[in-house]
Design a protein around this ligand. Sequence first.
Ligand code: BV8
Ligand code: ZN
Length: 244
Amino acid sequence: MNFPADLLSLLGRTSKLVAITGAGVSQESGLRTFRDAQTGLWAQYKPEDLASPEAFRRDPKLIWDWYAWRREAVKGVRPNAGHYALVDIEARIPEFTLITQNVDGLHRMAGSKNVLELHGNIQRVRCAECYTFTETWGDDTESVPQCSICSGLLRPDVVWFGEALPRDQLEAAVEAARTCELFFSIGTSGVVQPAASLAHAARNRGAVVVEINAEPTPLSSKANYVFHGKSGEILPRVVEAVWG
Ligand code: BV8
Ligand code: ZN
């Protein structure tokens, strides 16, 4: 895969780059994407049906167990070459912002610093009532652990469908997208809002938009450059081509 010379030179001289990532960037680490069918007990459920406050109210134990299962899955994997290439790019661009929809924490694990977790992080747990965070919760597998302050049920610190995104993260993401020169959309189907609107906001402000994704998305026709393939293969090549 050759990269257009003008894109490589733009990358080499840009001072403000924003990248947004989705589940696709963690696929080569062995984590299923939201598009991929779930396995085992969870195969019968669509992720968006489980990732909602209604589902938690209806059956808190089911949802607690789903996130416990995903936390174990994340513990069993490592960042891949795509995550590490984004760490390399951050080290070379004066103002780099990494916006992620992923709750797996793999970007930080790889060493990324300026990370905005738009949809939270699965490793963090808090009270559904009083918002108190807790590092530890019993391993009683019979019931959902409760808050030591108000006895409310504990839940993962992630954003469920119908819930507001963390204001500080979202405002910082919108600001970065609106003022960047270069915007990379990596491993995301670009369906979930408001995350999916950021690339378009950057494009509308004159940024050059690059899509790296295994398949076409609603952004493909609007992007300036589109590379369809695996982010863990393409991103290291971009770094090599610009700074190798
Ligand atoms: C809200 C955390 C209101 C939990 C997640 C406007 C229009 C229509 C609908 C809406 C709208 N505004 C709001 C909505 C509703 C909704 C929404 O967008 N619905 C969609 C389904 C249409 N949005 C919300 O509910 C948001 N909240 O609006 O609240 C509000 C406002 C103020 C006050 C009160 C309330 C909250 C959205 C966040 C939900 N939480 N995750 C958890 O993870 O359990 S979303 C979750 O799904 C992910 O975080 C991610 O965002 C999304 C999955 O998308 P991707 O990450 O892109 O993954 P996907 O599998 O889809 O695609 C992977 C891609 O990678 C594929 O294209 C594949 O080809 C590619 N790929 C695969 N392998 C590779 C690869 N690419 C490269 N390399 C590879 N190796
Ligand atoms: Zn509480």
